[in-house]
Write a protein that binds this ligand. Structure first.
Ligand code: AMP
Length: 221
């Protein structure tokens, strides 16, 4: 049997990162986030990071060819041999087509979990989001406030705000989502792969629902 690939879809602020961390452990699949991979490249000042920076800072999507090369390189690593959980990829139809081709060749089993959250909730989620520099834990100023101000509840390191989590950049990210990523719902729906989960609830309820949905085999090659 081929590898198992779970795709987490949803707008910025839907909770993909938070849920993917837990879901990945629960399903024993490595969590692969293209946003995290880009941020790592930025931190390490790689050529790819330099190319991606302007797009990320202004809330635009990084061009498909850069994303695809980075992603395929990552999922070719040994830890992904049995499968992986994708967070933030694909984000365009060409990305989905390239992934589909690769997965079909490998006989992979695919599931698409779509986190549905209305636009009106997203801005507050994004601007209140803080993440840990050290362990990557995600908290929220209002919904999961740190026990000690500015410090990560898990490891005590400093919590910071992502530079693209401002109201201004968020507006662009949301319009990119509607123009380029939202069409993936119809794409996967036509392939009978799309399973939607209400993401507008507390993280714990969303997680339980995702886990249950992931266990229901609406998956195919
Ligand atoms: P995220 O952490 O998923 O919100 O991604 C942060 C930023 O990285 C996005 O706003 C894009 O600029 C870039 N990015 C991440 N994943 C992709 C992707 N699949 N396609 C294009 N750009 C991406």
């Amino acid at each position: 049997m081929g590898e198992r690939v779970v795709i987490l879809l949803g707008p910025p602020g839907a909770g993909k990162g938070t849920q993917a961390t837990r879901l990945g452990s629960a399903l024993s699949l490595p969590h692969v986030s293209t946003g995290d991979l880009f941020r790592e490249n930025l931190k390490n000042n790689t050529a790819l990071g330099l190319k991606a920076r302007g797009f990320m800072d202004s809330g635009r999507l990084v061009p498909d060819e850069l994303v695809l090369e980075m992603l395929f390189d990552r999922v070719s690593k040994p830890d992904c041999a049995r499968g992986y959980l994708l967070d933030g990829f694909p984000r365009t139809i060409p990305q989905a087509e390239a992934l589909e081709k690769r997965l079909a060749e490998r006989g992979a089993r695919v599931q698409v979990l779509n986190l549905v959250v209305p636009d009106t909730l997203l801005l507050e989620r994004i601007t209140g989001r803080r993440s840990c520099k050290s362990c990557g834990n995600i908290q929220h100023q209002k919904y999961s406030p740190p026990k000690t101000a500015g410090k990560c509840d898990k490891c005590g390191a400093e919590l910071t705000q992502r530079s693209d989590d401002t109201a201004e950049v968020f507006g662009k990210r949301l319009s990119e989502y509607h123009a380029l990523t939202r069409p993936l719902e119809a794409y996967y729906s036509a392939r009978k792969l799309l399973q939607s989960v209400d993401g507008a609830r507390a993280p714990e309820s969303v997680f339980e629902d995702l886990l249950r949905t992931a266990g229901q085999a609406k998956e195919h090659v």
